[in-house]
Design a protein around this ligand. Structure first.
Ligand code: SF4
Ligand code: SF4
Length: 76
């Protein structure tokens, strides 16, 4: 199963918790700040995201949405 995440960069406060918790190293902190001056998290966008949702669970700002590519799609 794979997944991807969508980060609402304007909600993100750049705390880095999602970066620390991701077991696949799929999240980094962006070099560009958002409108509030925080450096938001950025999804690397590779195929390694498992859709485990740990990042979304830990995020205190509820800025991460997880999309899972599982049963509906045929395996590559
Ligand atoms: S869903 Fe899991 S693997 Fe994917 S970015 Fe979040 S913590 Fe990492
Ligand atoms: S845990 Fe949430 S607020 Fe913190 S850096 Fe990640 S997306 Fe941003």
């Amino acid at each position: 199963m794979t997944g991807k995440i969508i980060i609402d960069i304007e909600k993100c406060k750049g705390c880095g918790l999602c970066v620390m918790v991701c077991p696949k190293g799929q999240i980094v902190i962006s070099e560009k700040s958002n409108k509030k001056g925080y450096f938001p998290a950025k999804f690397k966008g590779s195929d390694n995201c498992s859709g485990c949702a740990m990042c979304a669970i830990i995020c205190p700002e509820a800025a991460i949405r997880v999309c899972k590519n599982s049963e509906n799609k045929a395996k590559k």
